[in-house]
Design a protein around this ligand. Structure first.
Ligand code: RBF
Length: 177
């Protein structure tokens, strides 16, 4: 891909992801600091169509913009980035344009990596963030696991539906092959 196109794709998708992150809402009232937003789907799309690196760049720019213009919460943004990266990188590396089976396997491994990784990260971060003992975080663990599993399952289902169409729009020549 030409550099100019790469820069344009990154800019457009990071801007779109930043805007859709404003849709964020909690899934479980018990852990209302965890909010679902569809922005990771934009980063996943470019990771699938171009490369995991471009996906991570889009994810990072989106999070930096959201931190500056909306949240101002460095911990929340770092956790959002970590969760997105833990999902997108394995999913895109496993899929690697190798068909439906690899695509589904990519989502499954991505969901497991993000859900497991974030359970561990939350056990480290939440005691400091909310100033609560680790035993309190253990009580929240089922909700944290449920949240991440649901968040990245929703992203996977939406990506299954749209990723071929988006590829057709972005890379029309490849469709003829
Ligand atoms: N986002 C996730 O997708 N998964 C998480 O496990 C997760 N853990 C978080 C833990 C803390 C203490 C905070 C403050 C945020 C966490 N986030 C997580 C990010 C959150 O859902 C939201 O995207 C950001 O706070 C930006 O509003």
């Amino acid at each position: 891909m030409k550099n100019a196109k790469k820069v344009a794709i990154i800019g457009v998708f990071a801007a779109l992801a930043f805007v859709v992150m404003y849709i964020e809402f909690p899934i479980f009232p018990t852990v209302n600091f965890l909010k679902y937003d569809p922005s990771d789907i934009l980063a996943l799309l470019v990771a699938f169509i171009y490369s995991p690196t471009i996906g991570i760049i889009v994810l990072a720019i989106k999070d930096i913009l959201f931190f500056i213009f909306k949240s101002g919460d460095i911990v929340g943004i770092a956790m959002n980035f970590a969760a997105g990266a833990l999902f997108i990188v394995p999913a895109a590396l496993i899929y690697a344009n190798k068909g439906k089976f690899r695509e589904i396997l990519g989502y499954v491994i991505g969901i497991v990596a993000a859900t497991g990784g974030m359970a561990l990260l939350n056990m480290v971060v939440v005691p400091y963030y909310w100033k609560v003992p680790l035993s309190e975080v253990f009580k929240l663990l089922p909700w944290i696991i449920g949240f991440n599993a649901i968040k990245f399952s929703i992203d996977s289902v939406i990506n299954v539906i749209i990723h071929k169409r988006v590829r057709g729009i972005l890379e029309p020549d490849e469709r003829k092959i």
